[in-house]
Design a protein around this ligand. Structure first.
Ligand code: A2P
Length: 333
């Protein structure tokens, strides 16, 4: 029989995209169960032309569920993930709750699909900035080991949820109309501004949690904890696609032509690198599509050994950075 699939957090920024991905990819299922908070219970969402009534999440929500896609925040995952597993479901969790658990595979299907087999009920979907960097970096790493990379991110509001996207719209409107606006979701004014990622900063090393996720999750997904990584994560006033500047050092010398060659056939990657037109990856172009856009492919002139490359990438945070990757994991199941 076809699986029963549940979305936990169906009304959220990622939840809506999960439903959309299941529909567009014609995911084989016999029932789609939509779960959210009591606030949303009774409302409906449309899946393949049919209205489905949203139910309030509770201990009995997972009876008969085979695959549960979680995107309602880490605290909900911690409480209800194990309940879903006990009910017999395999959980694909979009939060960071279980990502570093050694019993939980952390999966980007283009990178480590075989890790799915090791699951003990829960599979974690990586951090969005991590996924968007690793889809293009993996095929390069396979050909010429990456020894170090440095990332600077330009992250969209969507990573902080639907309310943050709305706050960006509202704050921008207020700014243009000259009205005062006090942000309530994000810690700083967002319109015509940018700020260091609002994740907690570790006073011991000065890095915020988002930056350390990129470091530790890359080690786990690549199965290589010798790669030296550092990141600066910044939120920019963009709705739903993250961009990243990546400086990547390889074991052996490498040229931009080789990188383009490798990435031309890499799954989930599209090269956007038109030097003549000055046309490169942009969040508006990445929004709404599954591929990671890669451009500005050039030798890092600060490394005379010829082993370093610079790239600029953009990817839809809600799709490949979250919902699409989760649905691809479910497809592997
Ligand atoms: P709801 O819309 O009913 O509040 P986002 O990441 O965009 O902020 O979305 C969060 C998702 O998590 C929403 O679908 C939200 O549902 C859901 N959610 C938040 N709190 C709970 C809760 N206590 N129980 C179930 N779902 C929750």
């Amino acid at each position: 029989a076809l699986p029963v699939v549940a979305i936990v957090g169906a009304t959220g920024a990622v939840g809506v995209e999960l439903l959309e991905c299941l529909e567009q990819r014609d995911f084989p299922l016999s029932e789609l169960r939509l779960l959210a908070s009591a606030r949303s219970a009774g409302k409906t969402m449309t899946f393949k032309g049919k209205e489905i009534t949203i139910r309030a999440l509770d201990e009995n929500s997972f009876d008969g569920v085979d695959i549960a896609l979680f995107s309602a925040g880490g605290s909900i995952s911690k409480v209800y993930g194990p309940i879903a597993v006990k009910a017999g479901a395999v959980v694909v969790d979009n939060s960071s709750a279980f990502r570093q658990d050694p019993n939980v595979p952390l999966v980007v299907p283009e990178v480590n699909p075989e890790a799915v087999k090791q699951h003990q009920g829960i599979i974690a979907n990586p951090n969005c900035s991590t996924i968007i960097a690793l889809v293009p970096l993996w095929p390069l790493h396979v050909k010429n080991r990456i020894t170090r990379f440095i990332a600077a991110t330009y992250q969209a509001a969507s990573g902080a949820g639907a309310a943050a996207m709305e706050e960006l719209r509202e704050g921008t409107r207020a700014y243009l109309e000259g009205r005062p606006f006090t942000p309530t979701v994000l810690p700083h004014p967002y319109a015509f501004n940018l700020f260091s990622h609002n994740a907690k900063v570790d006073p011991a090393n000065g890095y915020n949690e988002e930056e350390m996720k990129m470091v530790k999750e890359t080690w786990k997904i690549f199965g290589d904890a010798d790669i030296r990584i550092s990141a600066t994560c910044v939120r920019v006033p963009v709705l739903r696609a993250h961009s990243e500047a990546l400086t990547v050092e390889f074991e052996r010398p490498i040229t931009p032509a080789e990188v383009k060659d490798i990435l031309a056939t890499a799954p989930g990657v599209r090269i956007v690198d038109d030097v003549e037109k000055n046309y490169f990856p942009m969040p508006v172009d990445a929004s709404g599509q599954g591929d990671i856009l890669v451009g500005r492919i050039r030798q890092d002139i600060s490394d005379p050994s010829g082993r370093s490359i610079q790239l600029f990438v953009a990817g839809d945070q809600l799709l490949k950075g979250a919902a699409l990757n989760a649905v691809q994991i479910a497809e592997l199941l």
